[in-house]
Each structure stands twice: as C-alpha cells, then as structure tokens.
Design a protein. Structure first.
Length: 95
C-alpha cells in the first residue's frame, strides 16, 4: 500500500493499516509474547488477546480490496500467525 505525500492527509486505508499494526502488537502483548510497553512486564490475558486478534482479522478484511497481491499475502500471513499462536497458547493454558 502506497504512503501519501507529506502534505497530503493519509487515506483511510493508511490509517486502518496503522490500526492493524497497533492492534496486532496488542494481541502479541496480551498473549504474553511481547512485553507490555507501559509496565515492561510479560502478561498473559488470552481472552483479551482473542478480542485483539478478531479485530485485527476484521481490519485485514477491510483493507483487502485496497491491497496488491503481495500485501494481501503478507497481511493474511500476519493474521494466520496471530491465530496460530493463540491456539497454541490456549491449548497450553487448558492442559
């Protein structure tokens, strides 16, 4: 997805892409796979992670029509990785 010139307001798709990146980071933090940037601690909140993953998947769907095939594959891979990590951690937590 192309970035806009500095003097042009970003398109809604650029803004949604930034939201996707942010919520993906939150999902990894809530899965306990990254440190919380505010506390520096590793915290595992799988229910919250699931909400963040669902939102990231929805944002990816919103972005889909504006993406070229390479960006689409990248975004789909990122959502897949989030979901796979979640399933693995949920299995471990339920065991």
């Amino acid at each position: 997805m192309a970035e806009t010139a500095p003097d042009t307001p970003p398109s809604v798709y650029v803004t949604v892409a930034h939201l996707f990146e942010t919520i993906s980071d939150v999902a990894y933090q809530k899965m306990g796979l990254r440190r919380d940037p505010y506390t520096g601690k590793i915290v595992r909140e799988l229910d919250e992670a699931r909400t963040a993953i669902d939102l990231a998947a929805h944002l990816a769907e919103v972005l889909d029509p504006s993406l070229d095939s390479d960006d689409r594959r990248t975004l789909q891979g990122m959502v897949r990785d989030l979901k796979m990590n979640y399933v693995r951690l949920r299995k471990d937590a339920d065991a």
